[in-house]
Design a protein around this ligand. Structure first.
Ligand SMILES: Cc1cc2nc3c(=O)[nH]c(=O)nc-3n(C[C@H](O)[C@H](O)[C@H](O)COP(=O)(O)OP(=O)(O)OC[C@H]3O[C@@H](n4cnc5c(N)ncnc54)[C@H](O)[C@@H]3O)c2cc1C
Length: 382
């Protein structure tokens, strides 16, 4: 297919690159999406397929500032955008349990504060919780936050749905690794390496969005030092697992639960859960971290102690050093970096994509002039 001068190159096929390529196409951009296939050696593998897909927005402890704005915007955008993506498995509602008496007042105040901002967040007492879900019993359980608009998305079907709709919208997906990046008379030229001989060796693009996670550092090292990444990112490994819990009754949990910092996600299959994730600096997994997570650091209830591990996996998150996650920055005219989403790359992908579209001057579809009913796209809240 012919490539015009006004191409936007989106690099990376994790959650951030997938949502960005899709959203730019919906906003009317001509997108070439550089999306290496698995095992293509494009730096560290995508962490997005390892994620549990928990959307911790309203129940975040942040009261104000950039992190809170990104979370709130993203939740709102996911609610608008998911209906365009078909049947992505999702669960709305998240319960964050509290086991520390001195936290109770703070969490009640958080719920009041959020409700004052129009975000539904409620405190459920210990009795409220145990009346409906005795499986949550623990001597020190104080109660929990109930956030009906937070939730969970299954990452693999989500990425597949984004790729399918991006293709329908005309996005060209090239299975390649970007090995170099050069300014080229007001535009950019990407050097590509691909197993498929049909993929060209270079791509001229008017703008580039680097959604490359930990791959951003090595790629930017090929650039002029003036444009190098000044905020390195460090790997932080996470392990997760799928469990079969023979003693867990049907509807045993009130949906996804955060229990002593560990996520428990009910699966459609009876008595099955996802559990995750460990937080291990570096890129090597440690068995003791996995075991501690499974045992909720020694506080697991009997039904969880009896669980059998059906499958386990791991991924490596990108954590910015010296800057809050994520890095959303214009490195040079037409060169955008959106990486370093650390523990929230599924949650924050929409706010990131909306930021990129705005930086590149693309109004959201329903803000473009056109005949009424021409595009049923969403309004944007970012
Ligand atoms: C176990 C675990 C559980 C998690 N749970 C959650 C959760 O519940 N909720 C949540 O929001 N987040 C969660 N996360 C975090 C989330 O997975 C990440 O924040 C998110 O996946 C980051 O997405 P990304 O697109 O930035 O990066 P990645 O998914 O790492 O994708 C980067 C992409 O860039 C490509 N790339 C890199 N270099 C190049 C190059 N030179 N050329 C071409 N392509 C390149 C890679 O191949 C890859 O496709 C979890 C992470 C882990 C490990």
């Amino acid at each position: 297919m012919p490539i015009g001068r006004d191409v936007i190159a989106v690099v990376g096929a994790g959650s951030v690159g997938s949502v960005t390529a899709w959203w730019l196409a919906r906003c009317g951009a001509q997108v070439v999406w550089i999306a290496p296939s698995h095992g293509q050696g494009a730096g560290p593998p995508s962490s997005s397929l390892a994620a549990l897909g928990v959307l911790m927005g309203h129940c975040s402890r942040r009261l104000r500032g950039r992190s809170w704005r990104l979370r709130r915007t993203s939740l709102a955008l996911w609610r608008q955008w998911l209906p365009m993506l078909g049947a992505v498995p999702r669960q709305w509602g998240l319960t964050v349990l509290c086991h520390q008496p001195d936290e109770v007042e703070r969490l009640r105040a958080l719920a009041r504060h959020r409700r004052g901002e129009g975000c539904p967040l409620a405190w459920r007492t210990r009795d409220d919780l145990l009346d409906s879900w005795p499986t949550l019993a623990a001597a020190d359980l104080q109660g929990g936050l109930w956030s009906p608009q937070d939730g969970q998305l299954d990452p693999a079907p989500l990425l597949a749905a984004l790729a399918g709709d991006a293709k329908r919208l005309g996005v060209q997906r090239w299975p390649a690794q970007v090995t170099g990046l050069k300014p080229d008379g007001g535009s950019w030229r990407l050097q590509l390496q691909a197993a498929d001989p049909a993929v060209p060796a270079t791509l001229p693009a008017s703008a580039v969005a680097l959604c490359t996670g930990l791959g951003a550092g090595p790629l930017l090292a090929t650039l002029d030092p003036a444009i190098r990444l000044n905020w390195p990112m460090l790997p932080v490994l996470g392990q997760a697992a799928e469990l079969h819990c023979p003693m867990l009754p049907p509807q045993g949990l009130p949906g996804p639960v955060v229990w002593r910092g560990v996520h428990l996600i009910p699966r459609p299959q009876p008595r099955q859960l996802w559990i995750g994730a460990t937080v291990e600096p570096g890129d090597r997994s440690q068995t003791r971290c996995f075991d501690r997570m499974l045992q909720l650091d020694g506080a697991a209830p009997p039904w969880l102690r009896q669980a059998r591990v059906l499958r386990r996996w791991q991924g490596v998150r990108a954590r910015p050093v010296g800057r809050p996650a994520p890095l959303l920055t214009t490195l040079a005219p037409g060169l955008l970096l959106t990486s370093g989403h650390y523990r929230n790359g599924i949650l924050l992908a929409p706010a990131t994509a909306a930021w990129t579209a705005r930086q590149l001057g693309f109004p959201p579809p329903d803000a473009r002039p056109g005949p009424p009913g021409n595009d049923s796209g969403p309004s944007m809240i970012a």
